[in-house]
Design a protein around this ligand. Structure first.
Ligand code: PRP
Ligand code: URA
Length: 208
């Protein structure tokens, strides 16, 4: 599946502030959350609704409602948790799992340190959250772990992606739809996204 990039002046505007190295922790967090909300909105375009009848103050109509019990969000720790409150505003009754991963600074390979997901995860559509898709290693590992747990439908939401990472994930998991706010130019020698926004986790949590 071809990666879907949000192409909208409002997103470009928010990304411009997000990328600015002078943007402080509070505003950075708010923007990550807002952009995540728009990504979630876009990713639900293919959602199947259940038929319901609603009585309005005027009349009754047949319409559709989302069965929110069919969804789970899984942020990749740490930075992915910054996207949680935005997506939860869109699907408030979704369950939440966590995958803990950090990139080894020398090999750039992901190291898995935590895993806890809802018991019925295999019956849910899982939406993985991570603001940065760089080499794609963390995304690929997270997708593999969830598939091993029996998850059949997966989506991946990221704020900024590198073309190298997008290509790897698309190739290894062609069934997983990626949504991102922007695909940047490349990775640098430290596997950081260029122009990117720096270290998302450190900027969300103020750890550097
Ligand atoms: C960042 C980011 C992704 C990963 C992306 O996490 O949030 O999880 O790197 O890189 P990849 O595509 O090359 O795997 P980081 O290791 O900085 O951990 P943190 O979220 O705890 O800061
Ligand atoms: N992780 C980040 O936080 N930023 C990057 O550019 C790459 C990986």
């Amino acid at each position: 599946m071809k990666t879907i990039e949000l192409n909208h002046p409002l997103i470009q505007h928010k990304l411009a502030i997000l990328r600015d190295k002078e943007t402080g922790t509070k505003e950075f967090r708010e923007l990550i959350s807002e952009i995540a909300m728009f990504l979630c909105y876009e990713s639900m375009k293919d959602a199947k609704l259940e038929n319901v009848e609603v009585e309005t103050p005027i009349t009754t109509l047949k319409t559709g409602k989302l069965n929110e019990d069919k969804y789970a969000f899984v942020p990749i720790l740490r930075a992915g948790t910054g996207m949680l409150d935005g997506v939860i505003r869109v699907i408030p009754n979704a369950k939440i799992g966590h995958i803990g991963m950090y990139r080894n600074e020398e090999t750039f390979k992901p190291v898995n340190y935590f895993f806890k997901v809802p018991k019925d995860i295999e019956d849910r559509e899982v939406i993985i959250l991570d603001p940065m898709l760089a080499t794609g290693g963390s995304a690929i590992d997270a997708i593999e772990i969830l598939k091993e747990k029996g998850v059949k439908k997966l989506k991946f939401l990221s704020i900024i992606a590198a073309p190298e990472g997008v290509e790897r994930v698309e190739k290894e998991h062609p069934d997983v739809q990626i949504y991102c706010a922007h695909i940047d130019e490349c990775l640098n020698e430290n596997k950081y996204i260029v122009p990117g926004l720096g270290d998302a986790g450190d900027r969300i949590f103020g750890t550097k």
